[in-house]
Design a protein around this ligand. Structure first.
Ligand code: NAD
Ligand code: DAU
Length: 369
């Protein structure tokens, strides 16, 4: 059955990948529908990342009935709020990015991960199941719940091999366990209730609007600030890096053409040891700011390893390539250069997310209303 894809609920749209997804849909596809961005604006969510979209497609410019972009300040664990939003905007599609996403934070305080990633996903699924029920109690089949997940659910690889869609789950951090749990819930709603779902498991993303706690933006900003560059353990852990627009292009491809009830791996086919990646990144930044890269490399600091640090992630994304015709558009060099340039040209965005000033702005504009 043809998918409607008209009133799309994007959860976590103010975060790194979600904000890039909204830009991608409006700027790089022929999407004609409406996006409702539901976000709780945690430390990782930033509406500044969507200022241009709001100006062009938002309520203040087009009015509430014609707006193509609407922001809803809400928590996915809040049943009443999620229910109201489904009804108010006649949601026919969900693309679920909202999550607590940082492994180190999950080690320090797992509770928020359980609440948002497991209970929040459950709440969205229940709301969708009830809202999309027809008069004969079956579920509409022109709707879609796309769940955005991670390759970390598969565990850790040795020096060889790849994660396939059929690789058994073996999550090892509170973060990856909570994502694995949400994946299982999503699949169970497909099997048990015939909720039309698709699911994607992606490797490490990088690009604009990423909160500077993750490796690449943290290192760029530490280089610019002359701070030490902390490398965990022996620096030989391997990640498979993908430019965020390529991830979002894959998500949109799956939402349009993916088989209902199926999961797809998304990857960069671009494996790097952390230390090698850092050396490359230093060369790129040094060139942009006319500094001596050898001097910057002296600021690399070997620090204690992350507890339970997964050794290697590597994705086999042949299913997505062969069945749906997706492929990566950006080389690592192109993506890395675009990312470095973005952080260099957006000091205000960086200052706001780092200073906590943005948190005050949320309090004044949303929480005290
Ligand atoms: P992020 O941390 O940058 O953004 C998360 C967003 O979710 C923020 O805007 C935050 O405010 C919002 N949020 C958090 N808790 C919420 C709640 N309870 N209710 C409503 N909104 C809430 O994350 P990201 O890196 O953009 O990741 C997005 C999704 O992609 C996550 O599901 C993550 O697991 C997955 N993923 C990320 C990567 C990566 O490399 N970053 C790779 C593969 C998959
Ligand atoms: O694989 C997909 C996952 O990638 C996503 O599901 C997660 O949401 C996302 O955060 C990311 O997880 P990682 O733990 O791989 O990303 P992070 O940027 O935190 O770390 C990348 C690697 O760099 C990892 O091996 C740890 C290491 N590292 C990280 C930081 C922040 C360091 O050596 N030093 C650092 O300061």
């Amino acid at each position: 059955m043809k998918r409607t894809l008209t009133n799309i609920l994007v959860t976590g749209g103010a975060g790194f990948i979600g904000a890039n997804f909204i830009h991608f849909l409006f700027n790089k596809t022929d999407f004609q529908g409406r996006i409702i961005n539901l976000d709780a604006l945690t430390y990782a969510g930033n509406l500044e990342s969507l200022k241009d979209i709001d100006l062009k497609f938002g309520i203040n410019t087009l009015g509430k009935t014609k707006a193509k972009y609407i922001f809803e300040y809400a928590d996915i664990t809040d049943k009443d709020a999620v229910n109201r939003i489904f009804k108010e905007y006649s949601i026919d599609t969900v693309v679920h990015f909202a999550a607590e996403s940082h492994v180190d934070r999950s080690i320090l305080g797992p509770e928020a991960f359980i609440k948002t990633n497991i209970i929040g996903t459950f709440n969205l699924l229940e709301t969708a199941r009830n809202f999309w029920k027809t008069s004969d109690s079956s579920i509409r089949q022109d709707v879609l719940f796309h769940h955005v997940s991670t390759d970390e659910v598969y565990g850790s690889l040795g020096e060889t091999g790849y994660f396939e869609e059929t690789t058994p789950y073996d999550p090892r951090s509170p973060y990856s366990s909570s994502k694995a749990s949400s994946d299982h819930l999503v699949c169970s709603y497909s099997h048990t209730y015939e909720l039309p779902i698709t699911l994607s498991n992606c490797s490490n993303n990088y690009g604009p609007f990423q909160f500077p706690e993750k490796l690449i933006p943290l290192m760029i900003l530490n280089i610019l600030g002359g701070k030490p560059l902390p490398i965990y353990g022996d620096g030989k852990n391997v990640r498979d890096w993908l430019y965020v627009e390529d991830h979002n292009n894959a998500v949109w491809t799956i939402m349009n053409k993916g088989k209902i009830g199926e999961k797809y791996n998304i990857g960069g086919e671009n494996e790097w040891q952390n230390i090698k990646l850092l050396e490359k990144l230093i060369d790129f930044v040094a060139k942009e700011i006319n500094k001596d890269s050898a001097e910057i490399k002296k600021t690399i600091k070997w620090v204690q390893d992350r507890p339970g640090h997964d050794r290697r992630y590597a994705i086999n994304c042949n299913k997505l390539k062969n069945e749906l015709g997706w492929s990566q558009k950006y080389t690592f060099e192109e993506g890395l250069l675009a990312t470095v340039k973005w952080y260099l040209s957006n000091p205000n965005w960086v200052a706001n997310v780092q200073s906590g000033e943005y948190a005050n702005w949320i309090k004044n504009n949303y929480e005290n209303r």
